[in-house]
Design a protein around this ligand. Structure first.
Ligand SMILES: Nc1ncnc2c1ncn2[C@@H]1O[C@H](COP(=O)(O)OP(=O)(O)O)[C@@H](O)[C@H]1O
Ligand code: SF4
Ligand SMILES: [Mg+2]
Length: 355
């Protein structure tokens, strides 16, 4: 089980043209991922999703908060003591083309980590080979057909299955899938997504699913929790179906709106987001991070940043009805939270940036 408490990550960069710059990649992210459970993070590019995945696999550090894996808080441990905890958490990256060494066969790609593992388990050579075949079958590949092949001889979908099989060689408790199907041919995506669902159901592996796509989050994260992240801050979260069916934050509503409207054909109106191109995304105002794009922003929204509160508890504003306009109240909403002063059911659509 993973518990992330108030995880923050800030990057300070100094570009030749941009000068010094502070990027708040994560601003206090909290979640609990139980055994066999699923937590999905959804948000547009640059909102901090990959940073979160890297922190959870030990590939990136965090500068605030706590990360608790199976009851042990990791930030106080030396890198060496942390390593066994991070090994329980494996990442499936976006790009199956660069994730596999092109000079190694599938048999060698799986054999290397299995041999390392055998130093602990004492598994014989034969047992390692059997395990490699078993893992390939588990991910839906015919061992005889792929063991001697190189990555370039496989399709994108097959490669991603090999990546998943390799992650499973260390018997992880958690898989982190970061945009795991976005670079795969559309015809093969569903197969990979149902494999991830299957691993959760059959092996009890927990899944942290990172995506920009609502439909995949809904399919893979069914029965789990959905977190909507905007510029490093979780602005809405709750049971996946609940958030998708009755979103209350304008940004979530925008993500869920089906058709982006082309600027010029239809200008922003009361339910249109302000186009991204008109903004300096680096500017951090004291108020709601979404206020510069939000068609419902009031003066109060720019004064103070709304905290994530339970639907119905109010976000500091007077109009958090928890039941207005079809949005359910706290009682039947599960633990549905939002960071908006004016949460309610309404229709918001995205506007494409001007080109
Ligand atoms: N190593 C880094 N140095 C500086 N900025 C970074 C670094 N990694 C990520 N960032 C910045 O942090 C923000 C979040 O990035 P990322 O986690 O990759 O977002 P996502 O995966 O949602 O697209 C972006 O603004 C990105 O430019
Ligand atoms: S707090 Fe205000 S600006 Fe922010 S999303 Fe809600 S209505 Fe919009
Ligand atoms: Mg990313």
């Amino acid at each position: 089980m993973i518990e992330a408490r108030n995880i923050t990550r800030t990057y300070r960069t100094h570009g030749a043209f941009t000068g010094p710059r502070t990027v708040h990649a994560l601003r206090g992210v909290d979640f609990t991922l139980p055994k066999g459970g699923a937590v999905s993070f959804i948000g547009e590019s640059g909102c901090g999703k990959t940073t979160l995945g890297k922190i959870l696999t030990g590939l990136e550090t965090f500068d605030g908060g706590e990360l608790v894996v199976d009851g042990t808080e990791l930030s106080g441990l030396t890198p060496r003591r942390r390593a066994p905890y991070f090994r329980r958490i494996q990442m499936v990256h976006q790009d199956p083309y660069s994730a596999l060494n092109p000079t190694r066969t599938v048999g060698q790609i799986l054999g290397d980590p299995l041999r390392m593992r055998a130093k602990e388990t004492g598994a014989s050579r034969r047992e390692q080979e059997d395990r490699a075949a078993e893992l390939l079958e588990l991910v839906g590949l015919q061992p005889d057909g792929v063991l001697g092949k190189y990555p370039h001889q496989l399709s994108g979908g097959q490669r991603q299955r090999v990546v998943i099989a390799r992650a499973l060689t260390v018997d992880p408790e958690v898989l982190i899938a970061d945009e795991a199907v976005s670079m795969i041919d559309v015809s093969m995506r569903l197969g990979i997504l149902s494999l991830l669902r299957d691993l959760r159901e059959r092996l009890g592996i927990s899944l942290l699913f990172i995506t920009h796509d609502v439909a995949t989050a809904r399919y893979v994260g069914e029965g789990g929790e959905l977190h909507v992240i905007y510029r490093g801050q979780v602005i809405e979260r709750g049971p996946t179906d609940r958030v998708i069916q009755a979103p209350v934050h304008p940004y979530t509503q925008c993500l869920l709106s089906a058709i982006p409207v082309l600027r010029g054909i239809e200008e922003p109106g009361p339910d249109r987001l302000v186009p991204l191109a008109s903004l300096d995304e680096r500017t951090d105002t004291p108020g709601c991070l979404f206020a510069p794009r939000c068609p419902f922003a009031t003066d109060a929204c720019t004064a103070e940043r709304p905290a994530l509160v339970r639907l119905g508890d109010g976000a500091g504003g007077a109009d958090d009805p928890g039941g207005a306009d079809g949005a359910a109240g706290a009682d039947d909403a599960g633990d549905h939270r939002h960071a908006c002063l004016h949460p309610e059911a309404r229709h918001v659509v995205a506007v494409e940036a001007a080109v």
